[in-house]
Every structure is written in structure tokens, then in C-alpha cells.
Design a protein around this ligand. Structure first.
Ligand code: BES
Ligand code: MN
Ligand code: ZN
Length: 509
């Protein structure tokens, strides 16, 4: 499981004929009066000829557009690829995210080609980083279950970035980080893409151990006996309708003298049928992706460990399969959650918050500086923010920096409030809380439920906490775009990593 190949990233400068490639990619922007050929390594004469031909080739410079031409002698490549980068910003520059997407889109569309040189304009090391990240995320395809005879195209194997920063001292860590980011995002995608026949709680726990091999992390797995004995009522309640027993997986990276301590909690429903409150048949298959949050927090902690960041990071993967059966929980059942609070389960399809509550209580018991939970929690997230933008809710001291980190990483997240009036809607006739409340603004209602389980820190105050709802953006059932493939997207791995890097920068200052 998770058999991703990793693209090899390098940087080059000077004569392209010395670094031959199958394809050389140059950029075309969408200018006010038509397509504009961006800075490129072609001779002035060739560049002029290419620029002249853009309109007749039907190119506008729109993002995701590509066009292949025979290579030119100076290009050192069999094929020349014109890649759209979209509109330039008002300063006539390309944003880092535009570069990331352009590189990702070109590399993604060149699947089946071995070696690619990217000659996109890079004005800084940060631009090089963006191109490298885009390339690493674009070099992805999920082929584990496809026969070699069925049109299978391997992702691009080698990417060389043509840049003036090729000899810069800072280049090596930049490429190293980009490769690790790509690895973490692609591993998240492949976990999400796994069919539920193959990814179930036990095999997910095994996959976590496998992915952690060789890294300085400790993986602990709670099986159903230990979960039952220790009182993880939420995870057990959701999992008991399945023949496949639930798991809790803790992945700890604890460098000595860490300057901060972060807990990440992820929803790991390997398949969500809804349980007894069963979902309609149409689109139910997408619910194989209901473990995306757990995949995200797992791979984020592994990336933090891989980078050797000076922060203690613990991922809690709350894993169960939500199935209807004679053993399943019923609407009106009451669960005793980890930590002792009781919950009346009025809808078994609101299962994510039940497993997450246990994970948040467990995380709280270790007094982290902050808890961030990531979950494909509500359909209401899609109604509120759409397919591509994750919702973030919780303590201002965490949601603010998270939004800033997402902006830096090039991911779409948007802060939403937690209005007090939602809390009474979760009151139960028989237990401490009900698992459903106000339907309107249901993404926020779910977050208000989770907040009830965030523990107090050593100072007696609630531990700073944020919840990220990735129901929409974690799974792309539309067309691929930029570096984003169909199905699992790996979204918010980069945001969380950037958040941790920012926390470190500030705590060192
Ligand atoms: N896993 C779903 C949420 C979801 C919906 C994720 C669409 C991705 C795409 C979650 O467990 C769920 O079923 N939530 C219910 C909650 C409701 C019963 C309060 C929902 O959103 O309908
Ligand atoms: Mn559900
Ligand atoms: Zn769910």
C-alpha cells in the first residue's frame, strides 16, 4: 500500500544541451492583449518565432493549457512544451502559487515522459521552492490497482529546474524540503485513494507503521480491546457496526529540547456508509476518502520528522469504519466518551465528531501548546465554502496563524466563527450532549461539538485549538488542475507544515 515513486529534483543553469531532457517547459502568461511568452532560455530568434505563433496555436496563456512542439536545437530536449501560467499580478510578476500550479500542471500532464526541464521564471529561492513543490506534487499518479496494459502512464521521473539560483547555497535545503513536501502530499493522496476493501482500520494502522519506518518517530496502536478497556467510547461506538475493528494510532516525533509541542488529531473513517442512519447510494463511494484527516496528520508529522524540525509533534489517528449491522450503534444510543462525557447519538452519520472527540481528549491529556484537528467532518462545509476551500474554526491564537500559514503555503482555508447560540442546539434530553444540533451552519455546529472535548492546559485555560473541515477540498471529483489530481488531493499537509515552521520561527525570536 502507498507505492508512490518519488520524482528526482535538481537545478541547472547555463547551456541546456549539457543537460538533455525529453521535454523543456517554458511559460506563457495571459496578458491584457493576448498570450505573452515569459522569459525563457531559447535564442532570441526562436523565442520570437514561438511568440509569434502563440495566437495561431490557439494558446491564451490560461492556467493548465499546454501545447507540445518539436524541440529546438538549443533546447536540449526532444519536445518543447508551452505551459499556461494564467494572468500575471499587477506587478507583472507570477505569484509563488501560480508558479507551483504551472510547474505542477506541466509535470502532471507530461506523465509518461521520463525527464523534464522546467524553465519558468524564478526571481528568488522562494520561487524555485514553489516550482520544485509543484513539480513534486504534479509527479503523481495512483496506479496500484491498474493493469500495465490499461493505458498506465508513469509519473515524470526527473525534473531539472533551470534557474540562476542553481549554485545558491540555499538551494539544497529548498529542494530537500520540496521533495519531502511532495512525498507527504502524495502519500496522503494514495491513502485517500485506497479502496475501502484494502484500507480498513487495521491495515491503515499497518500502513502508518510502514510509512514511519526509518524516521525518528514512535508509533503506538490501540486495538479494540485496549480501546474498550480504556474507555474510548466514541471510537468504539462508531466502529462496532463493522466486522473490521477500530484503531487509535499515535505517531510521536519528540526531538530533545523541542521549542514547542503540537498535537494533531485526524478523522480516520475508512468508509462512511452513515451507519444505521444510512447515506443514499449516489456518490457513497466517495466516502472512502473519509479518512483524509488522519492521512493528513500522519504525513504531516512524518514530514516534520523528516525535516528534523525542533518541535514535538504528535498525530492521533482516530480510525473506524462506519457500517450498519446487527452490532451497529443506533440513533438514541448513549456513549461514554474518553474522559467521561456522555453523548446521545441521534444520527449515526454524524460519526466523525464521535471519534474525533476521543482523540481530542487523549491529545489534551498531554498538555500540548496547541491542538489542531483535521476532518472531513460535514457536508455543510461544501455548502458554506465549496469544493476547494477548507474551513478553519477555533481559538483566534491558532486560527489566525493557520490562515497565514495556508496563504504562505498556497492553500485555500477560510476562518469561520463559532457563534455561542449554536451550543444549546447540541443539548440532549438524556446525556451531556447530542451528536447533532442546528442544521444551518452545520460545519460550525460540528466544531462547537468538538470544542466541548478540548481540555484545559496546565494554566487552567482551554488549550489553544483549531479545527479544519476538509470535507470538500480533500477529494477532487472534478477534473485535475494545477498540481491537483483527481480524487485524493493531500490538502492541508502544506498548511500544517508551514504553521509548524512559523511557530518555530516565532518561538525562536
Ligand atoms: N463524512 C461525512 C461528511 C462529508 C460529506 C464528507 C461530504 C465529505 C463529503 C460526515 O460523517 C457526515 O456524514 N456528516 C453529516 C452530519 C450530519 C448528519 C449532522 C452531514 O454532513 O450530512
Ligand atoms: Mn457520516
Ligand atoms: Zn464521515
Amino acid at each position: 500500500m502507498v507505492k508512490n515513486t518519488e520524482v528526482k529534483l535538481s537545478a541547472i543553469s547555463g547551456d541546456l544541451k549539457k543537460s538533455p531532457a525529453d521535454a523543456l517547459v517554458i511559460g506563457v502568461a495571459q496578458g491584457p492583449d493576448g498570450p505573452v511568452l515569459l522569459d525563457n532560455p531559447l535564442t532570441a530568434k526562436s523565442a520570437e518565432a514561438v511568440a509569434e505563433s502563440l495566437k495561431v496555436l490557439g494558446l491564451t496563456g490560461a492556467a493548465d493549457q499546454t501545447h507540445r512542439l518539436p524541440g529546438l536545437p538549443e533546447a536540449g530536449a526532444t519536445v518543447l512544451v508551452l505551459a499556461g501560467v494564467g494572468r500575471l499580478a499587477s506587478d507583472r510578476k507570477l505569484s509563488e502559487e501560480a508558479l507551483r500550479r504551472a510547474a505542477g500542471s506541466a509535470v502532471r500532464q507530461l506523465a509518461g515522459v521520463g525527464t523534464v526541464t522546467l524553465a519558468l521564471p524564478t526571481a528568488s529561492l522562494a520561487d524555485v521552492a514553489a516550482v520544485a513543490e509543484g513539480a513534486a506534487m504534479g509527479a503523481y499518479s495512483f496506479t496500484e490497482y491498474r493493469s500495465a496494459t490499461n493505458g498506465l502512464k508513469e509519473p515524470v521521473k526527473n525534473v531539472a529546474i533551470l534557474t540562476d539560483f542553481a549554485a545558491d547555497n540555499g538551494l539544497k535545503p529548498v529542494l530537500n524540503r520540496a521533495a519531502l513536501v511532495g512525498k507527504a502530499v502524495n502519500a496522503t493522496r494514495s491513502l485517500v485513494n485506497q479502496p475501502p476493501s484494502h484500507l480498513y482500520p487495521e491495515s491503515f494502522a499497518d500502513a502508518a507503521k510502514e510509512l514511519a519506518k526509518g524516521l525518528p518517530v514512535k508509533v503506538t496502536v490501540w486495538d479494540e480491546k485496549r480501546l474498550e478497556k480504556e474507555g474510548f467510547g466514541g471510537i468504539m461506538g462508531v466502529g462496532k457496526g463493522s466486522a473490521r475493528q477500530p484503531r487509535l494510532v499515535k505517531v510521536e516525533y519528540a526531538p530533545s529540547k523541542a521549542s514547542a509541542k503540537i498535537a494533531l488529531v485526524g478523522k480516520g473513517i475508512t468508509f462512511d456508509t452513515g451507519g444505521i442512519s444510512i447515506k443514499p447510494a449516489v456518490g457513497m463511494g466517495d466516502m472512502k476518502s473519509d479518512m483524509a484527516g488522519a492521512a493528513v496528520v500522519l504525513n504531516t508529522v512524518l514530514a516534520i520528522a523528516g525535516l528534523g524540525l525542533n518541535v514535538k509533534a504528535t498525530a492521533w489517528l482516530c480510525i473506524a469504519e462506519n457500517m450498519p449491522s446487527g452490532a451497529a450503534q443506533r440513533p438514541a444510543d448513549v456513549l461514554t466518551m474518553f474522559g467521561g462525557k456522555t453523548v446521545e447519538v441521534l444520527n449515526t452519520d454524524a460519526e466523525g465528531r464521535l471519534v474525533m472527540a476521543d482523540g481530542i481528549v487523549a491529545a489534551s491529556q498531554e498538555y500540548p501548546d496547541a491542538i489542531i484537528d483535521v476532518a472531513t467532518l460535514t457536508g455543510a462545509q461544501l455548502i458554506a465554502l465549496g469544493n476547494r476551500t477548507a474551513g478553519v474554526m477555533g481559538s483566534d491564537s491558532v486560527t489566525g496563524p493557520l490562515k497565514a500559514a495556508a496563504d504562505r503555503a498556497g492553500e485555500l482555508v477560510w476562518p469561520m466563527p463559532l457563534p455561542e447560540e449554536l451550543r444549546p442546539s447540541l443539548d440532549s434530553e438524556v446525556a451531556d450532549l447530542a451528536n447533532i444540533g442546528e442544521r444551518h451552519g452545520g460545519m460550525m455546529t460540528a466544531a462547537v461539538f468538538l470544542r466541548e472535548f478540548v481540555g484545559k492546559g496546565k494554566d487552567g485555560e482551554q488549550i489553544p485549538w483549531a479545527h479544519i473541515d476538509i470535507a470538500g477540498p480533500s477529494f477532487n471529483n472534478g477534473s485535475p488542475y494545477g498540481y491537483t489530481p483527481k480524487q485524493g488531493t493531500g490538502c492541508t499537509v502544506r498548511t500544517l507544515l508551514a504553521y509548524v515552521e512559523d511557530v518555530l520561527t516565532h518561538s525562536a525570536a
